[in-house]
Design a binder for this molecule. Sequence first.
Ligand SMILES: Cc1cc2nc3c(=O)[nH]c(=O)nc-3n(C[C@H](O)[C@H](O)[C@H](O)COP(=O)(O)O)c2cc1C
Length: 190
Amino acid sequence: MKIMGVLGSPRVGGNSAILLEEALAGAKDAGAKVEKIILSQKKISGCLDCTKCNEMGICAIKDDMQEIQKKILESDAIIHSVPVYFWAMTSQMKAYLDRWCVFFDGQWQLHKAYAPKMKKKRIGLITVCGDPDVSIANPIIHSFKTTCDFAGLPWLGGVQASAATKGEIANNKEIKKEAYNLGKKGATIS
Ligand SMILES: Cc1cc2nc3c(=O)[nH]c(=O)nc-3n(C[C@H](O)[C@H](O)[C@H](O)COP(=O)(O)O)c2cc1C
């Protein structure tokens, strides 16, 4: 069982990073091999909608997404963690998600080259916002969950946290437990 954590915050050691570590600890305790990708340390351009990937399932843009795409395919579950930036996900996470285009064909079906591996992939999401009302992250949850529903990927669930200053979330035992349980769920076949 392989679980990948994808960090969408550029603030390494920040709140999303702390919760992602909790999720990966949960996955590890459940016996999974875990790996983390920090998107801000990767070079990932936005999708160009050139449709080149539709035929062969190979993206025309040559950057770090090729390596990440391989890791996505090898993972049984992927837990994403991202802060809210202006009521949306960070640009790093959006660029990454848009490049998921490579997994689809011209009819927006999972590409035949990837469908067998993709359709079993379990997807989870952690959001952090400075606002005490965590529901402001609902559009990000909607974006990921709808993508999963659309592609037929199992949705593990979302954890929505509130914290503003760097590392503040470390004091919130309840939400850390939620993130831990999300990771554990990702590593457990139901
Ligand atoms: C550019 C930017 C935009 C932000 N926009 C929002 C926002 O729209 N709503 C909100 O509640 N918090 C907003 N925040 C606050 C972050 O979501 C908050 O500080 C969060 O804890 C950061 O998580 P991190 O430590 O994982 O980076 C913003 C922060 C930055 C830097």
